[in-house]
Write a protein that binds this ligand. Structure first.
Ligand code: PLP
Length: 360
């Protein structure tokens, strides 16, 4: 089996893979309700969130479905959204806002650029009608971990601004201080840092934020967070769910807790990506961002001189390693390495030997 160094889907553990073979289930039966309830409660447990204040809703769909649900369902008609962009996924949130005709403005940065807090402050001062700010936590485009703590403290200066966070590639491995950072909702997925199977995603939202939506007509049928919440709180589901991916998510969450929770996962990723960065330095493969600007989940690197991405990819694939290209204009200069999934030091060391053969 290839070692996947792409940012999800991840290599599954044997236990998660085997959970897919559990008995077939009808989504209207009590066994499904029990499974759904257990997952909802475990998702809150990852960051020790209280079930009175917070609610997790699970969808059948990839991470984008959770992003789209969050943005379309949690901004009231009279609200206005400021979207911070510094990569593909910030820009995706803008696309969602445009498609659904949500009143918004954009604070644009080049891909990988640090968020300019002075500009954020100025925008919030000038547009005092802004009610929500949307930000990607870990911008997988470049591996930059946006500093939500600092962004949240700028937002707090301007009153009761709600933060909507895309935590698709950080939930389960990076710190998320829901209460302190004034997070209203975050969107994420099963198949990245949680090590589940693609096909289940979720939004965790503050229950008060939901109650402020009562006068807003639905903007979507299939991804309406409010309808899902109502159904899931009442032991139902509005639509057929992907039962097998739910089994896998449940198993993956159990495994995460048994392994010591998000902090241990963070340590594991930090160690693996640290090995990569150190050996790449010896091989003169330069990182695009500093260690303290990058997530522990994925880092981006400039392609070694005179080696195209395709050649590097294809040669490594022959040895059983899948690396990941840069997006858009970064395709020609750039590649990415992620350490999520059932990957260990030995795998990374073998990968480093394989890349050394190509670049030296
Ligand atoms: C930060 C971030 N947001 C959203 C997405 C979209 O997720 P999906 O491809 O599962 O829809 C990704 C995917 O890599 C991501 O990294």
């Amino acid at each position: 089996m290839n070692i996947l160094l792409n940012p999800g889907p991840v290599l599954l553990t044997k236990r998660v893979r085997e959970s897919l073979l559990k008995p077939d289930l009808c989504h209207r039966e009590s066994e499904f309700v029990e499974l759904q309830n257990k997952i909802r409660s475990k998702l809150l447990d990852v960051y020790k969130l209280s079930a009175e204040k917070w609610a997790a809703v699970i969808f059948t769909g990839s991470g984008t479905s959770a992003m789209e649900s969050m943005i379309t369902s949690l901004i009231p008609m009279h609200g206005k959204l400021l979207i911070i962009e510094n990569g593909v996924y910030g820009e995706r949130m803008t696309k969602i806002a445009k498609i659904h005709d949500i009143n918004h403005i954009v604070l644009h940065h080049e891909w990988g650029e640090e968020i300019n807090l002075d500009n954020l402050n100025n925008e919030l001062q000038y547009h005092d009608e802004i009610s929500h700010v949307a930000i990607v936590h870990h911008e997988t485009t470049t591996g930059r971990l946006n500093n939500i703590e600092k962004i949240a403290s700028v937002c707090k200066k301007h009153g009761d601004i709600s933060l909507l966070v895309d935590a698709v590639s950080s939930f389960g491995a990076e710190e998320l201080k829901f209460n302190e950072w004034n997070i209203t909702a975050c969107a994420s997925t099963a198949n990245k840092c949680l090590h589940g199977v693609p096909g289940a995603s979720f939004v965790i939202a503050n229950r008060d934020a939901v109650s402020s939506m009562s006068a807003t007509p639905a903007r979507t049928l299939y991804l309406n967070f409010i309808d899902y919440l109502d159904a899931q709180d009442n032991n139902k589901t509005p639509f057929t769910q992907s039962i097998q991916t739910f089994y896998a998510l449940h198993e993956a969450l159990e495994e995460l807790f048994e392994q010591g929770g998000w902090k241990n996962r963070q340590k594991k990723y930090q160690n693996l990506i640290g090995l990569v960065r150190t050996e790449f330095e010896n091989l003169k493969i330069k990182p695009c961002l500093k260690r303290n600007e990058s997530s522990c989940v994925l880092n981006s690197f400039y392609l070694p001189k005179e080696i195209s991405y395709q050649k590097l990819h294809d040669e490594l694939k022959k040895d059983g390693f899948i690396i990941y290209a840069g997006q858009g204009g970064l395709k020609k200069s750039f590649f990415r390495i992620s350490c999520m999934g059932d990957i260990f030091e030995d795998d990374i060391k073998r990968f480093l030997s394989a890349i050394k053969k190509i670049v030296v």
